[in-house]
Design a protein around this ligand. Structure first.
Ligand code: PLP
Length: 360
């Protein structure tokens, strides 16, 4: 049958979608920027506690209240400016769903591919401003030129996949020049970075700061995202745009307990930042590889003609990383998550072996 539904499905089936890599049994996951420094036992204990405290026969009510209370405490921002979602992916999806077809979005590239794909899915026109090939810096002038002709602006900082957080002052100037645009600031990796612009979201009525518990808090499987925005946007989102029970009681309770134990989470963040420096220094020493400075829990690097040899070696040793190939002039790109010291050593040894073999 050929009707409008199938015509639409035909169109949708051709979209690039977010590639979810298959998990190989026994493989070390360094591909999705999860936090493996956080002990599994810590999460397990929280999950068991949450299971005991939760009655799954009931719709979640008090659990939402508690999560908002904990998020307000953690961020230092009143809960009236906060809204939650089923991962920040779902928040992005819902925000894009209220934007009119054909409206224009400015992004820089490379950036979070899910966001770009969802813009296309919602029939938005995407204008791309390339980051500098040399160090992934943002050209403020070029970005503003495009942004002024757009309706929405997406700034991911620290940026996925490049890892860098952009200088604060130019980003503030960009935001200040775009008061009639919707500005989405994605801070998924902010715990690993130098500063946050969370306060900006309550100062302006057009800025939304996206956050997640999937990265530093090690709760990717619980699917808890949130954002900070002006009170009106946050309240309308909560009461009209979001579904009534977007998160389940277990995830809500797990998230609240984890937030209340930030001290421990923060220790793992510090360890990851130390390891990030060590891994960066070591990758940078390998001839023919260029690593980019990172303010996130992963490192993005160009491996040029070593790409295939490195991938082969990582695959053989069951180390999963995110592979990009050539990205706008950057050659043989790979993004690796910073894991435990042991995971990072295995990764470093594997790429060193691959490069050595190739040089023989
Ligand atoms: C920049 C960025 N934003 C948002 C997300 C989505 O996070 P969540 O797990 O909360 O959906 C990710 C996940 O990789 C990300 O890298």
């Amino acid at each position: 049958m050929k009707n409008w539904v199938y015509a639409k499905l035909d169109k949708i089936s051709k979209f690039d979608m977010y590639n979810i890599s298959e998990k190989n049994k026994d493989s070390l996951k360094l591909d999705a920027n999860e936090n493996y420094v956080l002990k599994k036992k810590f999460i397990l204990e929280i999950a068991l506690q949450a299971a005991k405290d939760t009655d799954l026969r009931e719709y979640p009510l008090d659990q939402f209240k508690e999560l908002y209370r904990q998020l307000a405490k953690y961020t230092g921002i009143s809960k009236k400016y906060i809204a939650v979602g089923n991962g920040s992916d779902q928040i992005i999806e819902l925000i894009l769903s209220i934007i009119n077809k054909g409206q224009r979005v400015t992004i820089f590239t490379p950036t979070f591919s899910y966001f770009i794909n969802r813009c296309k899915f919602h029939d938005l026109t995407v204008d791309r401003v390339p980051l500098s090939r040399e160090n992934n810096a943002l050209d403020k002038g070029e970005f503003l030129k495009s942004a002024k002709r757009s309706d929405i602006v997406y700034i991911c900082s620290p940026n996925n996949p490049t890892g860098n957080q952009f200088d604060k002052q130019p980003i503030l100037e960009i935001i200040d020049s775009l008061k009639d645009k919707l500005v989405l600031l994605d801070e998924a990796y902010v715990e690993f970075a130098d500063y946050s612009l969370i306060q900006v979201a309550i100062k302006y009525d057009n800025v939304i700061v996206l956050r997640t518990l999937s990265k530093a808090f090690g709760l990717a499987g619980a699917r808890v995202g949130y954002f900070i925005a002006n009170e009106r946007f946050a309240q309308i989102f909560r009461s009209k745009i979001q579904s009534p029970y977007p998160l389940n009681s277990l995830s809500l309770t797990i998230a609240s307990i984890a937030l209340s134990q930030f001290n421990y989470v923060n220790k793992t963040v510090k360890m990851i930042k130390d390891e990030r420096k060590r891994v960066f220094d070591q990758i940078s020493r390998i001839e023919g590889i260029k690593a980019f400075e990172s303010n996130a829990n992963f490192i993005f690097f160009e491996s040029h003609n070593k790409y295939n040899a490195i991938l082969k070696s990582l695959k053989k040793e069951r180390l999963a990383v995110k592979t990009f190939g050539n990205v706008e002039g950057r050659m043989g790109c790979i993004r690796v998550t910073i894991g435990t010291k042991n995971m990072n050593d295995r990764f470093l040894e594997s790429i060193e072996r691959a490069v050595c073999k190739q040089n023989v």
